[in-house]
Ligand binder design. Structure first.
Ligand SMILES: [Zn+2]
Length: 219
C-alpha cells in the first residue's frame, strides 16, 4: 500500500480548525496540500468548506492518494508556498454532532426493529439521513421510542473514542458507551456536545424507509 500524499490532520484531531500546510499541486482552482484538516466528501459525510490563503474553499474531494481542495477561483499562491487554512468550524462542528448522533440513533433503531440493512447515508450540517431496507412504514411510536432512547443516552454524557484495528490497517472504529461502528468520519468527544435530537421518517421509495436526524435546537 502506497503512502497517502496528503496527511489527514482530522484523523488525529477532529477539533483542528486552523492549520498551515505546504502547497504540493495546483491545477486551475484545485489545490493539493501536504496535510489538511479539510474533510473530503466520503463515508456519507459532507465535504468541508473554508478558506485557504484568503480564497474560499467550496468543496473537498478524495482522489486516489490525495485530497483535492476546490477553490472558488484559481489562487495567487504557488506550489511550494506555505498557506494558512481555516475550515468553516460552525458547519463542521454541526456535522460532527449529527454524525455521532446518527450512529447512536441507529443502535437504538436496531434494538427496536432488528438489524435492518442500511442502504446508504449522508450527513451534512443540517441533518443526517439514513436509508434502510424496510417494508411498509416504521411505526410512529417505535420511532418516538428510538428518539427518546437516543436523547436519554446523549444526555448521559458518554465519551466517544476512535480505535484502530491492528489487523485491518486503515480501519477506524467509532466507539461510545459499548456501541461500536466502523467509521472514518469526524466526531465529537462526548455525547453531551450533541444536545437533543429529533427524528423524522420519510419513504423515498418502495421497500425503503428514511430516518432523518436533526438537532432539536433547529426546531
Ligand atoms: Zn460514521
Amino acid at each position: 500500500m502506497s503512502e497517502d500524499l496528503t496527511v489527514k490532520l482530522y484523523d488525529d484531531d477532529p477539533y483542528l480548525r486552523e492549520f498551515e500546510a505546504k502547497v504540493l499541486v495546483i491545477d486551475g482552482n484545485e489545490v493539493v496540500l501536504d496535510r489538511t484538516a479539510f474533510y473530503a466528501e466520503g463515508g456519507g459525510q459532507a465535504a468541508d468548506t473554508g478558506v485557504m490563503g484568503g480564497v474560499r474553499v467550496t468543496d473537498t474531494r478524495k482522489m486516489d492518494d490525495r485530497i483535492v481542495h476546490v477553490l472558488e477561483a484559481p489562487p495567487s499562491f504557488e506550489v511550494g508556498d506555505t498557506v494558512e487554512c481555516l475550515i468553516d468550524w460552525d458547519r463542521r462542528h454541526r456535522i460532527m454532532r449529527l454524525h455521532s448522533a446518527a450512529h447512536i440513533m441507529e443502535h437504538f433503531l436496531w434494538q427496536r426493529l432488528g438489524k435492518i440493512e442500511r442502504l446508504g447515508s449522508h450527513v451534512d450540517d443540517k441533518k443526517d439521513r439514513a436509508d434502510y431496507e424496510y417494508e411498509g412504514r416504521i411505526p410512529p411510536d417505535e420511532l418516538k421510542a428510538v428518539e427518546e432512547d437516543t436523547n436519554r443516552f446523549l444526555a448521559e454524557g458518554h465519551e466517544i473514542s476512535i480505535r484502530l484495528d491492528p489487523s485491518k490497517p486503515g480501519l477506524r472504529i467509532w466507539s461510545c458507551g459499548g456501541i461500536e461502528m466502523p467509521c472514518g468520519g469526524t466526531h465529537v468527544r462526548n455525547t453531551e456536545e450533541i444536545g437533543t435530537i429529533r427524528l423524522r421518517r420519510k419513504n423515498p421509495g418502495r421497500g425503503v424507509e428514511r430516518v432523518e436526524t436533526s438537532l432539536a435546537e433547529d426546531g
